[in-house]
Structure formats: structure tokens, C-alpha cells
Design a binder for this molecule. Structure first.
Ligand code: NDP
Length: 326
């Protein structure tokens, strides 16, 4: 038996609880993992609070991210004792996830834990941190350089936002951090933001073309915020869109794309190719300032997960939760 968070729905009644699960109840998978750490991403919070249509199989152990040690493997790429990372692939949505002490997963879903990270550091980053790196890489591939002008990060106190601010500032970009939390300005400056701006003016419809400000944008928010960010992007700049904390809609115009040659890059972490994942994790291992990671991370236990998910959904949280599942 092992401990896990379990989400269930019976007769339309949703329940989230911490419980004991038998190893024999784990779903089929090539690799049996002893999970050391997991985390709570926005998507996990949606699932655990039943606020979004994330769960596609009931009952479900949530947790789109996990890091731990291989116990058994039926795949030649992994052996008992190997340390691995799991991010996405529908785990924690349609396959039992890693907010548990054990998981059974497909080998193709796993990447080796870079030697430069502890399991706790890898999960302090989690999907949020790996997605932030994918966004930085997307901006670089679109030709955005530190000399080109400031880069805007929306949802800046969130998990993706906090890591994106840190990575961009460390790489020499001038970072404008957009937030709804005026009280978090010092936190964002400590991560490396040069300017902190209020998100309120971005939240409603604006003109299709506005004053050119940003060489690049990392957007975690979607909706009007993304449309306004595109409208403020400089000629030839790029916007990496990865999130929908404000909304899934995109009420913008094509003006920035056809009149200012702005590039809109979609960023997905869930189904990203393994080679891209390995590259992103390697770059995180090589570049990320560990002290800033510690600054943005709060460690909690499995028993704290449900309350923490509620705080994320209430917009009361900043940075990252890392979950010590043991
Ligand atoms: P967090 O909850 O940690 O952060 C989201 C942040 O968005 C909040 O901290 C807040 O920042 C801001 N925000 C919340 N509500 C609103 C609103 N109504 N309007 C404007 N801003 C708002 O989430 P994550 O960082 O983990 O994820 C961010 C987004 O990215 C989510 O939508 C998530 O689903 C998505 N995502 C996508 C991935 C992909 O593969 N494409 C992978 C990972 C995440 P502040 O208070 O500073 O404004």
C-alpha cells in the first residue's frame, strides 16, 4: 500500500482526498516508479478543485509531474535505480499521476534527471519551469535577443511566469513583469524583473495596434491580455503563448502579424517531442540560478496538496509548490 491523492466522482458528486492505494491497483505501464517529489501546476489545481475539465478517467490520481527512482522496468532504456522525470503526456488527466508515492508509467514519457538537479529541484521547476524554458527557446528561435528591447512576462508571479522572469533576466534581457499582485513587486524584482506593471489595463479590449514596446512576450494568460501584448509588440518581435489563466479566447486582430511582422509562437509541453524535452531540461540544468529557484518555491507534503490547489485557484499563490510525497 502507498499514499496518494485520489479524485473520484460518483453520482455527480466530486471528492478529492488523501488515501491508501494498493500497488496492484496501479494502471499498466512499463516503468514502476518510486516517486520522491511531485508538484502542483495550474492544471493540477484545476483537476484537484474540479474547476476545469482536466480529468478524463474516474477515479484518478492527479499529478502531471513526478520525479523519482525506477523500481522495476520492462523497457531496456531504464533500470532499477535510475532517476527520471515525468512531465505531461496526459498523466494526471487520463493516466494515474504522481501526486502519490508510486506510479506506473510508459518509458517513452520519461526523461533522465539531469545530474545537476536533485529530484526536489526538478519538481520545484516541474512542467511550469520546463514550459518557461520552452518559451525562452521559442523567443530565441524567432530572433529575439537581449539587445532587441524589453521582454514582457504575463502572469509573472505564477509558476511559469516566475521561472520565465528568472531565465530571461539571467540571460541578459530587460524583463517587464506583469502582475495583478502589487504586493509581489519586490518578489519579482528579486527574480530579476526591471519593471513591474499592473495587469488591469491589459484585461479588457484595446486597439489592434498600440505603442510598440516589447521585443518579445511570454504569455501565460491568453484572452485580452494576449491580444494587447501582441498589439504592443515591436516590429519583427515574437510572442510565445503558453497559457490561459485569463481565458482560452484570443480576441485580437491580425494587424500585429501583417503590419509589424510579429510572430505568434504556440508553446505546448504536454506532447512535446522527447528531444525538445531533454534539451529544455539540459538548458535549465546549465543555466538556472538555484538560489532564485529556492526563493520562488514552497515545500509542502501530500496532506497539504488540496488546500494548496485551492489557493492557486483563488489566485493567492506566488511561485511554485514542490510536494514531498513521502
Ligand atoms: P499559476 O497559477 O502558477 O500562475 C498563473 C498566474 O496567472 C497567476 O499567478 C496570476 O499571476 C495570473 N492570473 C491568474 N488569473 C488571472 C486572470 N484572470 N487574468 C490575468 N492573469 C491571471 O499557473 P502556471 O504558471 O502553472 O500556469 C500558467 C498558465 O500556463 C496556465 O493557464 C496553465 O494552464 C498554462 N500552462 C501551459 C502549459 C503548456 O504546455 N502550454 C504548461 C504549463 C502551464 P499574477 O497575479 O502575477 O498576475
Amino acid at each position: 500500500m502507498f499514499k496518494a491523492i485520489l479524485l473520484s466522482k460518483e453520482n455527480d458528486t466530486f471528492n478529492a482526498r488523501i488515501t491508501q492505494i494498493a500497488e496492484s491497483d496501479l494502471p499498466a505501464g512499463e516503468v514502476h516508479l518510486q516517486v520522491a517529489y511531485s508538484t502542483i501546476n495550474y492544471k493540477d489545481a484545476l483537476a484537484i478543485t474540479n474547476k476545469g475539465p482536466i480529468v478524463r478517467q474516474w477515479p484518478l490520481v492527479p499529478g502531471v509531474d513526478g520525479c523519482g527512482t525506477v523500481l522495476d522496468s520492462a523497457h531496456p532504456d531504464f533500470r532499477p535505480g535510475d532517476q527520471v522525470i515525468l512531465n505531461g503526456w496526459g498523466v494526471g488527466e487520463k493516466h494515474w499521476g504522481c501526486l502519490a508515492q508510486q506510479a506506473r508509467l510508459q518509458a517513452d514519457w520519461l526523461v533522465p534527471l539531469p545530474a545537476a538537479f536533485t529530484p526536489e529541484q526538478a519538481m520545484a521547476l516541474g512542467t511550469a519551469g520546463y514550459t518557461a524554458m520552452l518559451c525562452v527557446m521559442a523567443l530565441e528561435e524567432s530572433g529575439v535577443t537581449p539587445g532587441a528591447g524589453p521582454v514582457l512576462v504575463t502572469g509573472a508571479t505564477g509558476g511559469v511566469g516566475s521561472v520565465a522572469v528568472t531565465l530571461l533576466a539571467q540571460a541578459g534581457y530587460q524583463v517587464a513583469a506583469m502582475t495583478g499582485k502589487a504586493q509581489s513587486a519586490d518578489y519579482l524584482r528579486a527574480l530579476g524583473a526591471s519593471i513591474v506593471i499592473d495587469r488591469a489595463p491589459f484585461a479588457t479590449a484595446g486597439k489592434p495596434l498600440q505603442k510598440e514596446q516589447w521585443a518579445g512576450v511570454v504569455d501565460t494568460v491568453g484572452s485580452h491580455t494576449l491580444a494587447n501584448a501582441c498589439a504592443q509588440t515591436r516590429y519583427g518581435g515574437a510572442v510565445a503563448a503558453c497559457g490561459m489563466a485569463q481565458g482560452l479566447d484570443f480576441p485580437g486582430s491580425v494587424a500585429p502579424f501583417i503590419l509589424r511582422a510579429v510572430t505568434l509562437r504556440g508553446v505546448d509541453s504536454v506532447m512535446a517531442h522527447k528531444s525538445l524535452r531533454v534539451k529544455a531540461w539540459q538548458r535549465l540544468a546549465e543555466t538556472l540560478d538555484r538560489a532564485r529557484l529556492t526563493q520562488m518555491t514552497e515545500r509542502i507534503g501530500l496532506g497539504d496538496v488540496i488546500a494548496a490547489a485551492e489557493r492557486i485557484m483563488a489566485g493567492q499563490h506566488q511561485g511554485r509548490y514542490v510536494v514531498d510525497v513521502n
